[in-house]
Write a protein that binds this ligand. Structure first.
Ligand code: NAG
Ligand code: NAG
Ligand code: NAG
Length: 476
């Protein structure tokens, strides 16, 4: 029988065959005629945080020497890892950001690092970023082509009023000198982010949306003056916090058209790092889908109150308070991000999965090549083995220009010993390890006949590249 979708020629049609007693058949339909969204070149990005080695949660202190202030910037692994993602956006920011001062002459106090103190936010004093450290960081960033987003201290000059409410106007003096210094040195900061997790109720401190908006208007004016005559003015990004609809809407309204270029929010939907339910949550499709509602609400808020702006995820740690010891550094690791970066292009195609929520499917235009589609399939099921048959209805089903000889490329990521909490990931069955020199191992696909079914193992991730799939939207 001919496929009922034959009259819609730009659809790719997957038939997923599952034992009837477990699930109904699952079909994935990718619409190749239109893009539903576009991602940026720096969709996969990273945060360098401020936490010093003294930061501990749940009887462990995982940060070690990974802070902006103590990271070994000349370690070759670091430069090699950054280059693997080129261009990598690095956001410099995190909880202590609103206690960072910059070692500019106008600081008026010595430039000292963070120290533990009971009366400071998050249990730490102010800490200072010296010009020499900032120079070293930029040396690395320039060498490796980093796109920098720098999070500014948005509490400077305010004082605590009651509980965690901070009041008073932001004092821009120290930040302004820091931005001016950065421009004078030719440091290419793509965007300045204002504040960290001060929105809504705040995490440790909060600021009202109206006051925040006034300060953003002032900061935008500072940027306008300082970037006069530059090739490009840096973007202004805010508020880098948890999405609180009324607060975000008010911020966009009160700061006005053109002030905030990108609205950032953070995702920590798994809960605190010591929550025993995290292991279940990371494979529970219903739970994971909750984040889509948050993102949709943010997008809607921007459309209604700040259409000049766009929605960014500024930080997504999964589990808060330094991650979950068993889950955060397991199987789902940076190799998956690297494959995404290499294979998934900017154009996002509409993907419709019906039947099972345990199979997640994403389709993008193929990266770096004209035509073709890359798909990401995630099998969250522990027990049901789907077999995905790819039918490209563009060439009919059994007649005409059908290409039985076509090939597709598959990259299957599985966890060692089938344990998704393992720290070793296998690509097409072979463990992926960084070499002793810090080089990324080759990430090679296996080829399969385009008409054969794709088997996605339980609790695994597969990237599938379909070079012959002619998505019209990807040819522009
Ligand atoms: C940084 O890493 C390099 C290369 O491994 C090493 O030689 C150097 O001693 C390290 N520096 C510090 C301060 O640990
Ligand atoms: C703002 O901060 C600077 C130090 O960076 C200080 O000299 C100045 O007095 C402050 N301004 C106000 C209005 O508090
Ligand atoms: C997902 O894994 C289950 C468990 O073995 C399996 O039955 C199912 O076929 C897999 N899904 C796909 C799309 O291969």
């Amino acid at each position: 029988m001919r496929s009922p979708f034959l009259f819609l020629p730009l659809f790719l049609y997957f038939i997923v065959q599952v034992p009837a007693q477990e699930h109904p058949d699952v079909a994935i339909i990718v619409k190749g005629s239109d893009l539903v969204a576009e991602i940026s070149d720096t969709f996969v990005c990273a945060t360098l945080d401020w936490w010093p080695r003294e930061k501990c949660n749940y009887y462990q202190c995982p940060w070690g020497e990974s802070s902006i202030l103590n990271l070994n910037l000349s370690h070759p692994f670091l430069a090699k890892s950054i280059r693997a993602f080129s261009p990598l956006r690095i956001r410099v920011g995190g909880s202590l950001q609103d206690q960072v001062v910059y070692g500019m002459p106008n600081l008026g106090t010595p430039c000292l690092p963070f120290s533990k103190t009971d009366d400071g936010l998050f249990g730490f004093s102010r800490g200072c970023l010296s010009t020499s450290r900032w120079d070293e960081i930029n040396h690395l960033f320039q060498k490796t082509g980093v796109v920098t987003t720098f999070g500014l201290n948005a509490l400077y000059g305010r004082h605590r009023a009651q509980s965690n409410q901070w009041v008073g106007a932001w004092n821009s003096t120290n930040a302004r000198a820091f931005i001016e210094y950065s421009i004078s040195k030719g440091y290419n900061v793509d965007s300045w982010e204002f504040g960290n997790e001060l929105s809504g109720q705040g995490v440790s401190a909060s600021v009202s949306a109206d006051q925040y908006a006034r300060d953003l208007i002032a900061l935008k004016a500072v940027l306008k003056v300082l970037y006069r005559g530059s090739r490009r003015e840096a973007l202004l990004v805010a508020p880098g916090g948890f999405f609180d609809q009324p607060w975000y809407a008010r911020l966009l309204q009160a700061s006005g058209a053109g002030t905030i270029d990108a609205v950032t929010h953070h995702i920590y939907n798994l809960g605190p790092g010591n929550d025993p339910n995290i292991r279940e949550r990371i494979t529970d499709p219903a739970y994971l889908s909750g984040e889509a509602d948050t993102y949709r609400a943010l997008r809607l808020t921007i459309q209604r109150t700040g259409p000049w702006s766009s929605a960014w995820v500024g930080e997504a740690g999964g589990a808060f308070n330094s991650g979950s010891r068993l889950v955060s550094k397991a199987f789902l690791n940076s190799f998956c991000a690297l494959l995404w970066h290499r294979l998934m292009g900017k154009g996002v195609l509409s993907t419709d999965v019906s039947g099972s929520s345990y199979l997640r499917a994403y389709a993008h235009c193929r990266k770096g090549k004209e035509g073709g589609v890359s798909m990401l399939l995630i099998n969250l099921s522990r027990y049901t083995k789907f077999s995905v048959r790819v039918v490209d209805v563009l060439y009919g089903d059994g007649e005409g220009g059908r290409r039985d000889d076509g090939k597709r490329e598959e990259y299957h990521l599985t966890a060692k010993d089938g344990n998704h909490l393992s720290q070793t990931v296998l690509l097409n069955g072979t463990p992926l390890e960084i070499s002793e020199e810090g080089d990324v191992p080759p990430l090679n696909p296996v080829n399969a006949a385009v008409r054969s079914p794709v088997e996605v193992a339980p609790l695994s991730i597969a990237f599938v590249v379909l070079p012959d799939f002619e998505a019209k939207a990807c040819l522009r």
